[in-house]
Design a protein around this ligand. Structure first.
Ligand code: B12
Ligand code: SF4
Length: 502
C-alpha cells in the first residue's frame, strides 16, 4: 500500500503562492512505517491518477470551492482500485457528500492530526470505517509539518500555524463553528522549530495559517476582568501572555524572516501588541474590513470594526508599526448601494492599504449566512442543470452563478461590474506604482508591481471574470507572472541556523 495526498484544483499554475499546509501536516501525521506519502498539489500540477495502484490510499482534502474537483479525483482513484479518503473543512461539514459523489471509502471530520493514523491502521486490518471523528484536538497535539517533502522552488510562501479557532462569530465565516471559539494556541517551541526548519531550507516568507492571530483583545480582557468569577480572565490573560512569548521567540530567530498573518482590526488599539509584531518580523496582515458602513458591519456581526475616519486611522496605525495591510472587503451585502463601491475604493486608497481584495458575498456552508439563504432556496426549489442552487459547489464552473444572495437594489450583473471596477481602480498601474514607495530600491519597486499584478490576476480567475476566454487568459498571465515572481521570494539556505533558546 502506498499513501497519496492530493490537494485538488481545476487549474495548475506551476508555482504556488502559499503552501497548502494540510498536505505536509497530514504527511507529518502519517506513521513512518507506511513510508513517505506521495504528495500532489494540483495548484502546481495535475494529479496523475495512473500512478495509483490497486489498494493505494489517496487522501483528498477539500474546501467548498475545490470539492467538485476533489470528487472527480475520488472517482478516478476508485476506477483504478485505489481507496479515496476525504477530509478538510467541506468534508467535515458534509461528511455524506464525498460518499455520494466521490466514492469515499472513509471521511474524516475535523482535525486529521491524530485520527489519520487510525484510518491507516484500520485499513491495513481490513476494517476501515465510513466516518472518523477527528474532533477539535488540543493544541499540544497538532502535528508538525514534514517540510522536507515539499518540492523545492515551487512556493513563494511557506505556512506555519500558531493557533486554531477564533472568538468572534462573523456571519459569513464557519471557522468559529468548525474550529471552536476558544483559541487553541500551539506550543511556542513547536512553532519556532518549524519556522527555523523552513528558514534553513531557504524560505524567508512565512504565512501564519491562523484564523485570527489576535486571540484576545483588550476589550475581551476588560470584560472578563469585570466578572466576579476570575477564571475566564486568567485563561485569557495566559493566552495573551503566550502570544507575547511567541512573538518574542520569533524575534530571536537569527534571520530575516518575514511573516504574514490574519488579524482583527481591534489589534490597532493595542500598541504593545503591534510593537511585539514589528519586533517579531510580522510585516503583513490580512484585516477583514468587510464593509465601510455601520449597517454592513452589524449585518455581518462585525460591529467591533470601525467605520469612517476612525477606520482610516486604525488601518494607518498598522502602517505606523511597519505592518502592511491586505484589506479584505465584501460586496453584495443587503445594505450596499451603488455608492458603496466608490466609497470603498476611496477608503482603500486613503487608508494606506498595501493590498486589497474585494470579494462578492458568498454563502459558504457552516455559516449563518448560508443557513438563512439555504432555507429560502429550498422553499423556492431553485436549480441549475438540475442541481439545487444551495449545493452551488456541485454546479459545473461555467454554469455556477457568481452572486447568490438576491439584492434589494442591484442585480447580480451590476454588483459584479461595480466590483470589477473597484479591483481595476485599486490595481491601476499608477496607483500600484505610488504604493510601491513602501520599498526603496527600484528593483524592489518593480517586484512590488509584479506581485500586485499577480495578486489581482489570481482573483480575476477565482471570482469575477465571466467568460472562459478571459479566464484562460488570466490563468496564462498568472502562470507567467508567478514564474517571474517566485525567485523574488527565495533566499540563501541557512543550514546552520539555530533554534533560539528562551
Ligand atoms: C491560511 C488560510 C488561507 C490562506 C492560505 C491558503 C493556502 N493556500 O493554504 C489565504 C489567505 C491565501 C486563504 C485564502 C482563501 N481562503 Co482561506 N483559510 C485559511 C485558514 C485560516 C487556515 C487554513 C490552514 O492552512 N489550516 C491549517 C491546516 C493544517 O488545517 P486544515 O486545512 O483545516 O486541515 C486539517 C483538517 O481539516 C484535516 N484535513 C484537511 N484535509 C484533509 C484531508 C484528509 C484526507 C484528512 C484525513 C484530513 C484532512 O486535517 C488537517 C489537520 O488537522 C482557513 C481557516 C480554517 N480554520 O481552516 C481558511 C479557510 C480555509 N479559507 C476560506 C476561504 C473562503 C478562502 C478564500 C476563498 C477567501 C476569499 N474569499 O478570498 C481564499 C481562497 C484560497 C484558495 N483558492 O484556496 C474558508 C473556506 C470555507 C469553505 N467552506 O471552504 C476558510 C475555512 C475560512 C473561513 N472564513 O471560513 N486562506
Ligand atoms: S474574525 Fe475572521 S476568523 Fe474570526 S469569525 Fe470573523 S471572519 Fe472568521
Amino acid at each position: 500500500m502506498r499513501i497519496h495526498l492530493v490537494n485538488p484544483s481545476d487549474v495548475s499554475f506551476g508555482v504556488g503562492v502559499i503552501t497548502p499546509r494540510w498536505l505536509y501536516v497530514l504527511a507529518g501525521a502519517t506513521p513512518r512505517r507506511y513510508g513517505d506519502p506521495l504528495i500532489t498539489d494540483e495548484t502546481l500540477r495535475p494529479f496523475d491518477a495512473d500512478r495509483v495502484q490497486p489498494s493505494d490510499i489517496v487522501g483528498i482534502g477539500i474546501h467548498t470551492s475545490n470539492a467538485r474537483r476533489g470528487y472527480e479525483l475520488g472517482r478516478l482513484v476508485h476506477e483504478r482500485g485505489g481507496i479515496p479518503v476525504y477530509g478538510g473543512i467541506h468534508a467535515s461539514i458534509f461528511p455524506e457528500e464525498p460518499r455520494t459523489y466521490g466514492n469515499a471509502a472513509a471521511v474524516v471530520r475535523g482535525d486529521g492530526d491524530k485520527v489519520w493514523a487510525d484510518v491507516l491502521s484500520d485499513y491495513i486490518r481490513g476494517s476501515i470505517q465510513p466516518l472518523y471523528e477527528g474532533g477539535t484536538i488540543a493544541a499540544s497535539d497538532f502535528a508538525s509539518a514534514r517540510w522536507e517533502l515539499m518540492p523545492q522552488g515551487s512556493y513563494m510562501w511557506a505556512s506555519v500555524q500558531t493557533v486554531r479557532g477564533c472568538p468572534k462569530h462573523c456571519s459569513f465565516c464557519s471557522v468559529w463553528r468548525t474550529d471552536g471559539r476558544m483559541p487553541r494556541q500551539r506550543p511556542v517551541q513547536a512553532v519556532i522549530e518549524e519556522a527555523v526548519t523552513l528558514r534553513r531550507m531557504g524560505y524567508r516568507f512565512i504565512a501564519l495559517a491562523d484564523d485570527n492571530f489576535y486571540t484576545v483583545s483588550l476589550e475581551d480582557l476588560e470584560r472578563a476582568a469585570r466578572r466576579s468569577d476570575k477564571s475566564h480572565y486568567h485563561r485569557l490573560l495566559s493566552l495573551r501572555q503566550e502570544r507575547f512569548q511567541l512573538m518574542d521567540m520569533l524575534s530571536k530567530i537569527d534571520s530575516n524572516i518575514i511573516y504574514f498573518t490574519q488579524i482583527t482590526m481591534e489589534a490597532a488599539e493595542d500598541e504593545a501588541f503591534l510593537h511585539a509584531m514589528r519586533r517579531a518580523g510580522i510585516k503583513g496582515a490580512l484585516v477583514g474590513i468587510e464593509s465601510v458602513s455601520d449597517e454592513g458591519l452589524s449585518s455581518t456581526f462585525k460591529s467591533f470594526n470601525a467605520t469612517g475616519e476612525n477606520l482610516v486611522a486604525k488601518l494607518q496605525k498598522f502602517r505606523s508599526f511597519d505592518i502592511h495591510v491586505l484589506g479584505s472587503f465584501i460586496f453584495g451585502l443587503q445594505s450596499d448601494t451603488p455608492e458603496t463601491f466608490s466609497a470603498t475604493a476611496d477608503l482603500a486608497d486613503r487608508a494606506g492599504l498595501t493590498f486589497a481584495q474585494f470579494v462578492p458575498l458568498t454563502p459558504l456552508p457552516g455559516t449563518i449566512d448560508f443557513e438563512k439563504w439555504q432555507k429560502g432556496m429550498i422553499e423556492q426549489n431553485v436549480r441549475i442543470d438540475g442541481i439545487p442552487i444551495h449545493n452551488h459547489w456541485l454546479i459545473p464552473d461555467g454554469r455556477r452563478p457568481k452572486i447568490y444572495i438576491p439584492h434589494p437594489v442591484m442585480n447580480a450583473d451590476e454588483i459584479l461590474r461595480r466590483t470589477q471596477h473597484v479591483w481595476d481602480s485599486f490595481y491601476g498601474i499608477s496607483k500600484i506604482w505610488n504604493r510601491s514607495r513602501c520599498v526603496s530600491k527600484i528593483r524592489n519597486r518593480l517586484a512590488f508591481v509584479f506581485i500586485s499584478k499577480l495578486y489581482r490576476q489570481m482573483y480575476a480567475r477565482t471570482g469575477i471574470s465571466t467568460d472562459s476566454a478571459r479566464k484562460s487568459n488570466a490563468v496564462k498571465w498568472t502562470r507567467f507572472i508567478g514564474k517571474l515572481c517566485r525567485p523574488l521570494f527565495s533566499a540563501p539556505a541557512l543550514p546552520e541556523l539555530q533554534v533560539p533558546t528562551d
